[in-house]
Design a protein. Sequence first.
Length: 75
Amino acid sequence: MSPREALVLHVPLAAIQRLLEVSHVAHRLSASQEFVRRLIRLKKLPAIRLETRWRVDPVDLEAYIEACKRAAEDA
C-alpha cells in the first residue's frame, strides 16, 4: 500500500467532504492561493494532501485565524 493510499484510507469520508479546497481558504483569507500553499508548506496551516490537491479542515482554518488575531492583539 502506498503512503497516499494509506492516507486516504485513514480519513473518514465525512471529514473529506467538509475539507476546504485551497481556493476556498484563499477566498476566506482574502489572499492568493499561492499564499495559502505557502502557509501549508511552512506548516503554519495544517492541511491534508488528497491525490495532488491540498485540503484544509475548517476547524484548522478557524484556529489559524484566531491565532493571527491573538498575535495582532499582543503586538
